[in-house]
Design a protein around this ligand. Sequence first.
Ligand SMILES: [Zn+2]
Length: 439
Amino acid sequence: MPPALSDDPALAGLAARIADSRAALVALTQDLIRIPTLNPPGENYRLICEYLDARLSAAGFATELIRAEGTPGDCAAYPRWNIVARREGRRGGETVHFNSHTDVVDVGQGWTRDPFGGALEDGRIYGRGACDMKGGLTASIVAAECFLAEFPDFAGAIEISGTADEESGGYGGVAYLAEKGYFSPDRVQHVIIPEPLNKDRVCLGHRGGWWAEIETFGEIAHGSMPFLGDCAVRHMGAVLQAFETTLYPALAARRTEMPVVPEGARSSTMNINSIHGGQAEKPKDSTALPSHCVPDSCRIVIDRRFLMEERVDEVQGEVRALLDGLAASRPNFRYDLRELNRVLPSMTDRDGPVASTVARAIARTMGREAQFVASPGTYDQKHIDRIGKLKNCVAYGPGLLELAHKPDEWIGVDDMMDSVTVMALSLVELLAGGGTQTR
Ligand SMILES: [Zn+2]
C-alpha cells in the first residue's frame, strides 16, 4: 500500500484542504436538500440551477442554463432546467465530467424528520435526496473546488452538470443534453455519475429494461350468466399461469456475467407492475355496490429487466410467442401487446480509463480494493452511452443504495468525505498527470 495521503508530499496539501472543507460540505448538502426538487411534477429546477450557477461561477466555472423544451413534462409551470458548468485548465487535455441529477422522488409516508430540513444528527444529514443524489452532487463540487485550489496548472477541463428528470427517465435532462452534443466524445472523455452506489464501489453499468402492457379481451354479459359472455380476466389468468410455468423458470435460469448487485438481480427478472380487469375501481369514499358484469378487458403492465447477454427483440419475442401459443390453444383467446418503453443494457470496461482510475483512487483512499458492480435498475448512463456514444462512463458516489427513495433517507458525512477524496484523486490522475497508484 502507498503511504497515507497526508504523508505524500505531492498530495498532503490536497488532503489538508479536503479535511478543512467538512463544514462547507455539510452546508452545501443541506442547502441542496432544502430546495424541494420533487419529480413529479418537476418542481424548482430553475431555482436549484440558479443556486448551482452562483456556487460554480464563484469557483471559476463558465455556466450554461439549458431548458429541455418540449420534453415530457416540460411546460410553463414546470420547465425542465439543467445546468452545465465548465472550467478550462491552463493547458489542453481531456475533460472529466461529473453528472448528477437534481430531481428527487416523492416523500411518501413514515418520516420522523423534515424531508426538506437537512437536519444533521450524529454525522448523518437527513432529507429526501440526501443520498439519491444531492450528497453525491455536493461531493463532486467540493472535490473539484479542492482540486482546483491545489492544482491550478491542470490540463484539460472539468465539467459539472445538474440535470433534470432522472427519476422519470432522464428525457428532460441527460438525454436532451446528449442529443445536443454535450456528451460527445470530442467534448467529454470521462464521465462520473455520483449515484449512491457506496463509497468503495465502481458501478460499470446497468441491466436493460423492457416495459409493456398486455390486454386480453372478452365479451360483456350479465354476471349471473357468465356463459353468455367471455371473461377477459380468466384469459389473463391463463397468461399468468403461462408466466409461472414457462417464463419465470426460464428467466431465473438465465445468468449474467455482469457483476450486478444485489445477487438476486444477476438473473433475468420480471415484475408485474399492475393488473386491472372489468369495471373501474370505485372511489375510496364510495359506498356504492358494484354492478354485475363479465369483464371484456383485462390489462397488465410488465417490467422485464434483461441482461447484457440478451437482445431486446428476443425479450419481446419470448413474451409474444407465449401469447401466440395461448391464442393457438385456448378458445377465444385474443390479446394486444403494446410496448411502453425500452432501455438497452449499458456496461463499460472495468479496465477502461475512468473505471480503473476511480478504482485506484478508492484503493488509495480506503486502503482496500474497489469492488466493481453493475446496477439492477437503469440510470442516466444509458443516454450517455447510446445517444452520446460515450462509453467511458461509470457511476461512483457516496451513500447506501438501499436508502434511496426510503423514508428518513440520509447520507453519512464521513462517507461523503471519503468520496470527495476519491473524486479529487481521480482528477489528479486524469488531469494533473499524477498516478495515484504509482506514488
Ligand atoms: Zn439517483
